[in-house]
Design a protein around this ligand. Structure first.
Ligand SMILES: NC(=O)c1ccc[n+]([C@@H]2O[C@H](COP(=O)([O-])OP(=O)(O)OC[C@H]3O[C@@H](n4cnc5c(N)ncnc54)[C@H](OP(=O)(O)O)[C@@H]3O)[C@@H](O)[C@H]2O)c1
Length: 342
């Protein structure tokens, strides 16, 4: 039996450790990849800090870039030695898979807007001019959501982010940008949405579609419950963060998006769990192998900006990335780091 090093949590908020874990041979339709780069995400922090049901030791990490070393039965388009992927720097490419998948799944399954692939050349989406709010546009999920909605023809995109990101988010397709640090942000969004509708066709509800890319009970769900009206569909990235961790206090999360805010009657709120994208037969077969490489190579999405986390060992880099997430240093960028040392 082959073994390889894995970064694991061993207890809530305890320092990470390296464990040797079995290297599983690929089954039918699978490949084995030697991972060269990964990106740390808030999920790593949620798992490491407690608040989510995690059975320790929990192996961290899922977004990856590397080289195929072994293929399972029936694999035809990929062979040992292939790189995943080839046309971008690995540090940039590793920012892409998790959250482009999250966005396709969220829009298609949670908001019920079918994203046709390939997109017909004369495609005009339903509700192209209705206000569509992406709360947290500078997050990884938010920046991909804006770009993919723009590609599908949504023209009235609203987003929130710190001011320094506003110009970039306009280049991704946002028409109106708001600073979520402003205490009257919900009112400003409602007024701008109403004005945008007076200039064009009216819509009911005023903002039919909302993606909450942050999932913070006080800092996104609460203002969104002021903005959403009967008939609005709201998709919230789980978990709902009820209380952020501090150095001394563990975090608190909830999976109940309905109870986490005072929603008006008739607002349809759902919680996003990306891994359910595999229940969609088309996405299970085409999203990662075909759609992801195409949206990258056709320039439909730009990879997230990234910061390379340095450290002398795999463990040091993993721990440094986790601590940067814990200090809430991440703003409009992904933390990426090398797995393999050569
Ligand atoms: N359940 C699932 O399947 C799933 C899938 C993907 C992601 N998620 C969850 O979705 C959340 C976002 O993930 P991510 O990787 O996209 O995060 P990320 O890129 O690390 O998010 C960082 C960004 O969040 C923004 N932000 C922080 N608080 C905000 C607020 N109150 N309003 C608006 N923006 C705010 C910051 O904006 P500024 O820099 O502009 O201040 C920063 O750019 C995480 O909790 C993650 O676990 C869940």
């Amino acid at each position: 039996m082959l073994y390889h090093s894995a970064v694991v949590t061993v207890a809530p908020r305890a320092p990470l450790q390296i464990r040797q874990v079995p290297t599983v041979a690929p089954s039918e339709g699978e490949v084995r990849i030697r991972v060269e780069w990964t990106a740390s995400t808030p999920l790593d922090l949620h798992q490491a800090d407690g608040g989510l049901l995690v059975k320790h030791p929990q192996v961290l990490g899922d977004g990856l870039v590397g080289t195929v070393v072994e293929i399972g039965e029936g694999v035809q388009r990929i062979k040992a030695g292939d790189k995943v992927p080839t046309n971008f720097a690995p540090e940039a490419a590793v920012t892409v898979p998790n959250n482009v998948v999250t966005v396709f799944h969220t829009i298609n399954t949670e908001l019920g807007i079918q994203l046709l692939w390939p997109k017909p050349s004369d495609y005009e989406p339903p509700h192209a001019d209705a206000p569509f709010l992406v709360w947290g546009g500078s997050s990884s999920v938010g920046s991909y959501a804006l770009q993919i909605l723009k590609y599908y023809g949504y023209r009235n995109l609203f987003t929130t982010a710190s001011k320094r990101h506003h110009e970039r988010l306009k280049s991704f397709g946002a028409r109106y940008t708001f600073d979520y640090n402003d205490s009257s942000v919900a009112e400003a969004i409602r007024v701008a949405a109403a004005e945008s509708c007076q200039r064009g066709a009216s819509h009911s509800p005023l903002i039919p579609f909302i993606i909450d890319c942050i999932g913070s009970q006080s800092h996104s769900l609460s203002p969104l419950s002021d903005i959403a009206h009967t008939g609005s569909k709201v998709a919230v990235m789980l978990p709902v963060i009820v209380r952020d961790a501090t150095k001394d206090i563990p975090p608190e999360y909830s999976m109940d998006v309905q109870a986490a805010a005072h929603w008006r009657d008739g607002v349809e709120v759902t919680g996003v769990r990306t891994h359910f994208y595999l229940e969609n037969e088309f996405f299970a077969v085409h999203l990662q192998p075909d759609i992801l490489p195409a949206v990258l190579s056709q320039g439909i999405v730009k990879p997230n900006d990234y910061r390379i986390v340095q450290g002398p060992t795999l463990l040091a880099r993993a721990q440094a990335a986790l601590e940067a997430l814990r200090r809430k240093e991440v703003s409009g960028e992904r933390l990426v780091w090398r797995i393999a040392d050569e």
